[in-house]
Design a protein around this ligand. Structure first.
Ligand code: FES
Length: 117
């Protein structure tokens, strides 16, 4: 039986000031991830535009800090949901969680296993 699990990987200490509204690239879990921070929290997404594959990290966040704008065709994607605000598809987002010892990023993977009791 296949099941989906989230593998949490340490991203940064809780007091980090590394992340701002300007995207920062991190290589985590074999993925190139862009990370930004706005007034509501830290958001992580795949550094690949769903429209045509351009690097979203080369874009800028909207004035309200809630979406990233791809520099190639100017499509904007919601940081929370990944959905395009107008057109362009859905960018892949990753959950980010603050724990006692810092910020963690989650990667979903499929795992095979027998039924558990
Ligand atoms: S490649 Fe990003 S909007 Fe077209």
């Amino acid at each position: 039986m296949f099941r989906k699990v989230i593998q949490w990987i340490f991203l940064a200490p809780s007091e980090t000031e590394e992340f701002t509204i300007e995207p920062v690239i991190r290589y985590i879990g074999g993925k190139k991830v862009a990370v930004v921070r706005n007034d509501e929290g830290i958001y992580a997404f795949e550094d690949r535009c769903p429209h045509n594959g351009f690097e979203l990290s080369r874009g800028k966040c909207t004035a309200d800090g809630k979406a990233i704008v791809c520099p190639l065709h100017r499509f904007a994607f919601d940081l929370k949901t990944g959905r395009a605000l107008t057109q362009g598809g859905v960018m892949r987002t990753f959950p980010v969680e603050l724990r006692e010892d810092g910020w963690y990023i989650g990667f979903e993977r499929t795992e095979w296993g027998w039924f558990k009791s």
